[in-house]
Ligand binder design. Structure first.
Ligand code: NDP
Ligand SMILES: O=C(O)C1=N[C@H](C(=O)O)C[C@H](O)C1
Length: 265
């Protein structure tokens, strides 16, 4: 059977880009139409377990034929990825975090033209954690909510996109209008706020703990990713699902078929 779904990968030289490329190349139903990197940033395919003879590119070819753009280029590459998806009418799957309000608005506008699926975290476990956090926050409306996240030493944004999503979900579940706790955590805690603590160390793939604390007791909900491939697999699953959808905004819950459960955004 021939390969069916053509992918463009943005941020292809990065940790996630490399994982997406490797897994896509192992999949007989996927092929890589273009792997976009910054000029001078082309990894050695041989050194990274990518197919021999595979070539990276710094700009999309004029005759590009593709179905879905998978973006892991972070906030610095996101604008170019979004422009490319719009210009070539490609469905967009993006896991880039640390996006500004302006970038999020631009993504929303683009969804009128192409199908868009953005998720802070493509793992199935985080989709379930988000669901549990919502339930716990609703059942324990007055308890303090703290989110502790840990990632590798190279991560550029903080708190992580996943931590912010979990905080937002907890606030939504409580109907709280209260904002995030200030970065300056000195002084007593503000009722109803969500607090964040950040660890950046070594090669930690991604850990998120939501701690709900009341008087004399606490509930801790934890997810630990130990292999970056879980995110890459989730993104490829999202890409398969998104191809052929109408323009609009979609979530990982849509792609996973979790219609009754909240999504992982
Ligand atoms: N949703 C999810 O499940 C997950 C999301 N992420 C998110 O994905 C993003 C990437 O993570 P990670 O792979 O670890 O980061 P990396 O820094 O390893 O990779 C990002 C890559 O994108 C490149 N890049 C930046 N701008 C451009 C551009 N304009 N054109 C082409 N390439 C560009 C960077 O190049 P250079 O180094 O030269 O800047 C780098 O090679 C982050 O925002 C991270 O938080 C990560 C894991 C899972
Ligand atoms: O940068 C990473 O590595 C990760 N980023 C995402 C985030 O910011 O939430 C998801 C995952 O935790 C790994």
């Amino acid at each position: 059977m021939g390969k069916s779904l053509q992918l463009v990968v943005c941020g292809a030289a990065g940790r996630m880009g490399q994982a997406v490329l490797r897994l896509a190349m192992e999949d007989s139903e996927l092929s890589i139409a273009a792997a976009l990197v910054r000029p001078g940033n082309e990894p050695d395919p041989a050194a990274r377990s990518i197919q021999p003879g595979f070539s990276y590119t710094t700009a999309a070819p004029k005759d590009l034929r593709a179905d879905v753009l998978v973006d892991f280029s972070g906030s610095s590459g996101f604008d170019a990825a979004l422009d490319l998806a719009r210009a070539r009418r490609l469905a967009l799957v993006s896991g880039s975090t640390g996006l500004s309000e302006a970038q999020r608005s631009a993504m929303q506008r683009a969804s009128a033209e192409v199908p868009v699926l953005w998720a802070a975290n493509f793992s199935a476990g985080i989709a379930v954690l988000a669901h549990l956090v919502e339930q716990a926050a609703r059942l324990l409306p007055d308890w303090d909510c703290e989110i502790i996240e840990a990632h590798h030493r190279h991560k550029r944004d903080a708190p992580s996109g996943t931590a912010l999503m979990l905080g937002e979900r907890s606030r939504q579940a409580r109907g709280s209008l209260q904002g995030d706790a200030a970065i300056d955590r000195s002084g007593p805690r503000q009722d109803g706020s969500v607090g964040y603590a950040v660890i950046r160390a070594g090669d930690i793939v991604g850990e998120h703990e939501v701690r709900l604390a009341g008087p004399g007791e606490r509930v801790e909900l934890i997810h630990r990713a130990s292999d970056r491939d879980v995110f890459a697999r989730g993104a490829l699953r999202a890409a398969r699902w998104l191809a052929g959808q109408k323009p609009g905004v979609y979530s990982m819950a849509d792609a996973l078929g979790l219609t009754a459960a909240p999504d992982s955004r």
